[in-house]
Write a protein that binds this ligand. Sequence first.
Ligand SMILES: [Zn+2]
Length: 111
Amino acid sequence: MKVIYCKECSDLFKLTREGLRTCKCGNVSGRYREDGKHAEVSQSAVSIKIPNGYIKRAVHRMEQLRHEEPKSLDKAYKAHSSIPAWVRPNFGPGNRHTHRLKKDANNRSKT
Ligand SMILES: [Zn+2]
């Protein structure tokens, strides 16, 4: 899953194919292309990757722990149901399927 973050307003959101998403302050935008594999993000976005399937598995592990050991504290959940995520460049070899959002994409979405 591709997630983008705005350094200005701290918004964090996933990209979708349904259309362009923009952070609260308007600084960062992004979307998946029709093929669902390639994406486009604005220059100022911070790209974050969460590998597919990890959130569902972590939710499952959290529910298991809550059921089996209901008095577990936060640190137990951190150890038991954490997810991997990493920050990577918006474009280039570190993020080969993401491309620069065309400048007029923001204008189109506002009309
Ligand atoms: Zn913002």
